[in-house]
Design a protein around this ligand. Structure first.
Ligand SMILES: [Zn+2]
Ligand SMILES: [Zn+2]
Length: 140
């Protein structure tokens, strides 16, 4: 059973199953993909950028970038298909962030884990101290 959801593109209400957009938008997306793909398959268009494709095919840049991010269009085949890193705007061809930004995030995460580790050790030491104290007291 699917659940009712708002289509993120046209805000129509639809049954959400495997698809994330409504059937009308899904169909439009497929048509857009076919248009873009047909355009890129022409030898002289192989090296077109996302902006150029958008201008020539009338498919939104955002949609084209989504195809690249979904790996439906491969930068290995079409070398100029890049889009912006969500954080700093650098051109990227996979994922949502450029290498620098994902490294930054990873570093941040590691730092967080390290801090948590220190915090845990401190707690452990305090617990240890409390135990020692109690056992000394009980021995007296
Ligand atoms: Zn829709
Ligand atoms: Zn970035």
């Amino acid at each position: 059973m699917g659940e009712l959801a708002n289509c993120p593109r046209c805000h129509a209400i639809f049954m959400k199953g495997a698809a994330t957009v409504c059937p009308a938008c899904k169909k439009k997306e497929e048509q857009d993909f076919q248009t873009v793909y047909a355009f890129l398959r022409k030898k002289q268009n192989r090296t077109a950028t996302v902006q150029e494709i958008s201008a020539k095919t009338d498919v939104e840049e955002k949609q084209i970038r989504q195809f690249v991010a979904q790996k439906r269009l491969h930068p290995a085949q079409f070398p100029n298909l890049s889009y912006d890193c969500e954080k700093c705007g650098t051109s990227i061809t996979e994922g949502r962030l450029c290498q620098n930004c994902s490294q930054d995030i990873e570093k941040g995460l590691k730092q967080l884990q390290k801090n948590e580790g220190l915090e845990n050790r401190k707690l452990e030491r305090e617990r240890e101290k409390a135990r020692t104290y109690y056992s000394l007291k009980n021995e007296q």
